[in-house]
Design a protein around this ligand. Structure first.
Ligand SMILES: *[C@@H]1O[C@H](CO)[C@@H](O)[C@H](O)[C@H]1NC(C)=O
Ligand SMILES: *[C@@H]1O[C@H](CO)[C@@H](O)[C@H](O)[C@H]1NC(C)=O
Ligand SMILES: *[C@@H]1O[C@H](CO)[C@@H](O)[C@H](O)[C@H]1NC(C)=O
Length: 439
């Protein structure tokens, strides 16, 4: 080989090398650019029922996104197997046990409250099966009211009654008739006293005994006036001959009163037995913004649960998912904060349920469909009450209450419809991630 040939060869090699570096670089740069155009979506790594996001999906509005999950779930309801649609014979003895426990019974006023105050353990407020529950119920229904005062706790009108036997209870008055139909956002309207009573019964059925013990009761505001303290009396006015009250609280207004009825001269309300112990209060990770057109992060970010998992222990998250299932059934979309007792979640304020029998606010279930997991015990309990058994049992417990009927037929239908939506949601999660979703 001549010197000249060697030079040619060297030049060719250098040229090839330069070409190689260039092209690699080009591809490298291109790869970088592509990656920036299509960032790996965070949701790929998190477990959720939400379909994988693509660029056009990202443009779908919050509402549309929830609707698309709801649609997916509704389609799945139609294909649910018979096990979800037929009655499971195992519910019957459970139902009979509950009816026996809850049935009103004679009691001794000097001991009955002590029985109830000895029950709470963690977030479980009353036992699964104990006929003494019926004694406490009867005592709440008829014990003499000795004193009454206002409490500014919470945002709505609530009174505190001291009952015979040295027991304080909360009184939440009735604002609506049973067939009221509230439109607008899920948190619209004032408290529903019947929702508090039904929540107590439903908690017992689902074995989420995390609610206070509640009964419905008619009271006479004329009689309450006679035993009210000065502060409460100052907020009690007459309308015509009827005694009314507006109370003192964030939303209390003299123009918004509750009154004794013209016939009978009484006002319906819910009496809640105050739960003993220490409570801690936390902001719900799935809190709404309470502003029109402003969405919270959980409403925008499909991978939101991954973030919650980093911040909360598993047990707390599973409690919140149970609470979401419960709240979806009663349609309470107002659990902006939750309270705990011995580190376990309580179902404290249940007055915002049953506002509209014809509507299912699906996003109350977000903790379930965004996290795609549920306690196995909760799931098995839900399965036990399939095929109409849930509302059959609920109706029988409701009958024990003095204010029964507590719900219209449409609300019971709504409960069964929502139970199927819960089944379908869990089934979709299971199809996507397997049985490990049951904790
Ligand atoms: C992205 O979403 C659009 C509209 O929802 C859909 O038509 C399209 O097929 C989706 N693309 C992929 C890759 O999933
Ligand atoms: C109720 O309980 C108290 C205290 O234990 C007791 O003294 C009283 O005799 C009981 N009353 C009845 C009617 O059993
Ligand atoms: C008195 O009651 C009537 C009938 O319920 C109602 O229309 C009116 O607004 C009430 N007045 C006041 C001052 O609350």
């Amino acid at each position: 080989m001549t010197k000249r040939h060697r030079l040619y060869l060297l030049l060719t090699l250098v040229a090839l090398l330069i070409l190689l570096i260039f092209s690699t670089n080009f591809y490298f740069i291109r790869w970088l650019a592509v990656d920036q155009e299509h960032p790996v979506p965070a949701q790929v790594h998190s477990r959720s029922l939400v379909p994988a996001v693509n660029e056009s999906d990202a443009l779908i509005k919050v509402v549309g996104r929830t609707a698309s999950i709801q649609q997916l779930v509704e389609t799945r309801v139609v294909k649910l197997k018979t096990v979800f649609k037929n009655r499971n014979p195992r519910y019957d003895p459970v139902k009979r046990g509950l009816v026996r426990s809850f049935g009103a019974k004679g009691y001794n006023i000097s001991t009955v409250w002590k029985i109830a105050s000895g029950w709470p353990s963690g977030n479980e407020i009353f036992p699964q099966k104990d006929e003494k529950i019926g004694k406490v119920i009867r005592a709440l229904q008829e014990a003499q009211i000795l004193r009454a005062r206002n409490t500014p706790r919470g945002t709505q009108l609530k009174l505190v009654f001291d009952l015979a036997g040295k027991q304080s209870v909360l009184f939440k008055p009735s604002w609506y008739g049973r067939d009221a139909r509230l439109e607008g956002p899920v948190y619209s309207g004032k408290d529903r006293h019947n929702s508090e009573v039904v929540a107590f019964h439903l908690g017992a059925i689902l074995n989420l005994r995390w609610t206070p013990i509640v009964v419905g009761r008619k009271v006479s505001l004329t009689e309450i006036y006679a035993i009210a303290d000065d502060e409460l009396r100052a907020t009690m006015i007459k309308n015509d001959t009827r005694q009314c009250v507006y109370g003192k609280c964030h939303y209390c207004r003299q123009s918004e009163t509750v009154c004794d009825s013209s016939e009978g001269g009484t006002l319906e309300g819910a009496l809640l037995l105050i739960i003993p112990g220490k409570f801690a209060k936390y902001r719900s990770p799935w809190q709404r913004t309470y502003q029109n057109g402003v969405s919270a992060e959980w409403e925008r970010n499909d991978g939101y649960c991954a973030k919650v998992k980093e911040q909360l222990p598993l047990e707390r998250l599973l409690d919140l998912i149970d609470a979401a299932v419960f709240d979806f059934l009663i349609q309470n979309g107002d659990r902006h904060h939750y309270e705990t007792r011995e580190d376990r979640v309580l179902l404290m304020d249940n007055g915002k349920g049953f506002g509209n029998a014809f509507k299912d606010h699906f996003d109350i279930l977000a903790p379930l469909y965004q996290c795609c997991m549920i306690r196995r015990t909760t799931w098995e309990r839900l399965l036990m009450f399939s095929g109409g058994a849930l509302t059959e049992t609920l109706r029988e417990l409701n009958q024990i209450d003095l204010l029964n009927p507590l719900l219209t037929k449409e609300h019971y239908i709504g409960l069964e419809r929502r139970l199927l939506l819960i089944y379908a949601t869990v089934e979709l999660c299971r199809e996507k991630y397997g049985s490990k979703i049951l904790k």
